[in-house]
Design a protein. Sequence first.
Length: 335
Amino acid sequence: ENRPIPEPGPNEVLLRMHSVGICGSDVHYWQHGRIGDFVVKDPMVLGHEASGTVVKMGSGVTHLKPGDRVAIEPGVPREMDEFCKAGRYNLSPAIFFCATPPDNGNLCRYYKHSASYCYKLPDNVTFEEGALIEPLSVGIHACKRAGVTLGSKVFVSGSGPIGLVNVLVAKMMGAAAVVITDLSAPRLQKAKELGADFTIQVKNETPQEVASKVESLLGCMPEITVECTGVQACIQAGIYATRSGGTLVLVGLGPEMVTVPIVNAAVREVDIRGIFRYCNTWPVAIALLASKRINVKPLVTHRFPLEKALEAFETTKRGEGVKVMLKCDPNDQNP
């Protein structure tokens, strides 16, 4: 609350923040102080799913003006390296990323950010939808990497926020049928509401049994599996479930070392692909939201003012609802 209002640099904008979603990674940093090699060594502001209003621009900014409502892409390359030149700036080792140590996030009243990574929101796209572009982008990037297309049969493993956006995007990209698994019945119900064709509540099944259930519901093995949990047994199920010659995309992050039936994947030519965040997705997401081709509004199940951030984080930690949204501007009643 007492942090000074930052001054934007020549190519930056100062934003009055509006909506910030809480991600599982935010909770993980809060609880454990690290994710893999990213270790919190100093106090750090969390938050990377965000939207706000432009208050002030740097001298070099021409495409935005005060009062513009924008969605913030949290990953900003620091230098034009080989990955940026190839259009895959998300892989740049020098990238700035909100709320990844040592970079501060945007869960605050005022925040400055690279103007090139602030995208103007159309009038018919709300601040909350703008904040949800970040998780939606994971779905867009994953489904593109997976090659979802007209008539695809898709298996989504895990019905958390990222599993749900993958359902939305897969259906949007032409998937004929999507089956999704989870431990939680309420989350599977939400997946149904968002367009999943079939749901499987996993209890004590082996990975092979899960794969068999997927095949039974779809009437065939899926060409594409999108694994959103990072859990070893789920990755195993993903390999067993995917049709020979198909693609498994690993989205969820679990332990560094995982035991998987790699020979099964190899002899059946199942391609295993990773994704890291996203790139070049904000314009696509904004177009989809503005045209009402995708509806992310049902993802938000809880809202808190910034003053109740701790309560919001506790709610997310308990796994209640789907997406918890924080409101940073006490004077603005817009959604």
